[in-house]
Design a protein around this ligand. Sequence first.
Ligand SMILES: [Zn+2]
Length: 149
Amino acid sequence: MGKRKRKISAKKFPLQRCLEFSHEGEYFDLKALFDKVNSEYFDDALKAYNITWGRRRKLPPKEYFVFGTIQEEDKIIRIHPLLDAPFVPTWFLEYVIYHEMLHAVVPEEIDEKGRRKVHTEEFYRRERLFHCFHRARRWEDENLERFLR
Ligand SMILES: [Zn+2]
């Protein structure tokens, strides 16, 4: 962090953009976890995706917490940097990664009002296949406050 704060006006090439990603945190290497989940649950089908820690913000969020996001166009999964902490169990981080990866393979649906729905019934069905799904959800409920202001 810190070295390249100023925005560069020149167009960036894909390779340079890649170098800005960082999957190695202080406690967890996201790439290693991603590869493990990819092979255990997706038959290595998501090799084209990158995973990175999101940018650290000055203040943690107040109301709700987004553990991870996936951007289909760029094939990037971002994980919230506050999860790079010693109290976070590895299996919880794997669950967050698994959830985002599922978005890449379970198609969204359009509901009767024309709204996009990404957490479909099929999505939830597949999400429950994660080996410690219930444990992970419980951990999330019990620890959410630690991530909020
Ligand atoms: Zn989701």
